[in-house]
Design a protein around this ligand. Structure first.
Ligand code: HEM
Length: 280
């Protein structure tokens, strides 16, 4: 494959139009032409090379992702079902191996995704961006998402969690495939938008755990009142809240982030200065 398939490939080739159609907007390069990149470029004095402090989320994101993996992976790397934090599903012997496979592919997706959204890495290593992009899709999200669909549909945490898991897995697969196809078609504005949504869902496994902790703190004292002393009802309520809130809030945050960039672009286009310089 000699043709670049992601915008990053163009980041070092400014003479190459990033989309097929004529008059392509510079915003068709991911991270460029956006409010974020404009601010960053102003901060650096050099377009496309923002100062690290303009990206204050990169470091915390890496720390949180690595902390999540360091906490979540070890019990499953032992391949000992008795160490699993998820109870077994009766009558489904393949559940545990599928869960472990899901976790391993999910780890690939999370690590790859962290690198892909790091603007400095995208700009400095466009070839790696292309390769890791394929690893993210083909070696991470696709297998982890299909396995998530299967184990999600039979989740031992009850019907509310099952419905959430299946919808989340389906959206994760759909957004990621859409983002991949957009890159292949060199439609980089759309590629960026779908991959930001895909990223939000990948990382939603972390917000899931945060919501689970909050729900546990609030609901455990209500075991005997709201849940009639039933541990099963309490566990299902905590899991159901965690999984629904985990991905819906992440996705809302992603939509807000995207809309924020669009609104800034609209403001720039309609500002008096822009109108003065636009020929009639
Ligand atoms: C975004 C789509 C995802 C879906 C739909 C999904 C689905 C599931 C399901 C159904 C389970 C079994 C527990 C349950 O029934 O609730 C599970 C467990 C697990 N998943 Fe995922 N998952 C996703 C993403 C990820 C990612 C990106 C990772 C990163 C490593 C991951 C790591 C884990 C871990 C570690 C467990 C075991 C539970 C624990 O020990 O806390 N998942 N997932």
């Amino acid at each position: 494959m000699t043709e670049p398939t992601t915008a990053a490939a163009f980041a070092t080739r400014p003479d190459t139009a990033p989309v097929d159609r004529p008059g392509a907007d510079p915003a068709d390069r991911p991270g460029e032409g956006t409010d974020e990149s404009a601010g960053a470029a102003r901060g650096s004095g050099r377009r496309g090379s923002p100062r690290w402090w303009r990206r204050p989320w990169v470091g915390p994101l890496a720390v949180v992702s690595l902390a999540f993996l360091a906490f979540s992976l070890p019990p499953y790397l032992s391949l000992d079902p008795s160490l699993s934090r998820v109870p077994p599903v009766e009558g489904f012997a393949a559940y545990y191996p599928l869960l472990v496979a899901h976790i391993l592919f999910g780890t690939v997706a999370m690590v790859a995704c962290g690198l892909q959204v790091w603007p400095w890495f995208r700009r400095r290593h466009p070839v790696a961006h292309r390769i890791i992009g394929r690893v993210y899709v083909l070696g991470g999200v696709l297998p982890a998402g299909v396995l998530g669909l299967v184990i999600g549909a039979v989740s031992p945490f009850g019907p509310v969690a099952r419905v959430s898991n299946v919808i989340l897995a389906a959206l994760w697969l759909a957004f990621t495939v859409a983002g991949f196809r957009m890159a292949r078609q060199r439609r980089f504005v759309d590629h960026r938008r779908w991959m930001i949504r895909s990223f939000a869902l990948t990382m939603s496994i972390i917000t899931n755990r945060i919501w689970g902790g909050i729900a546990a703190v609030i609901l455990i004292p209500q075991l005997d009142t709201s849940f009639g002393g039933s541990d099963v009802a309490l566990t299902q309520a905590i899991s159901g809240l965690a999984t629904w809130l985990g991905w819906t809030t992440s996705l809302l945050a992603a939509e807000w982030w995207l809309e924020r960039g669009e609104a800034a672009k609209r403001r720039r286009r309609t500002s008096p200065a822009a109108r003065r310089t636009t020929p009639a």
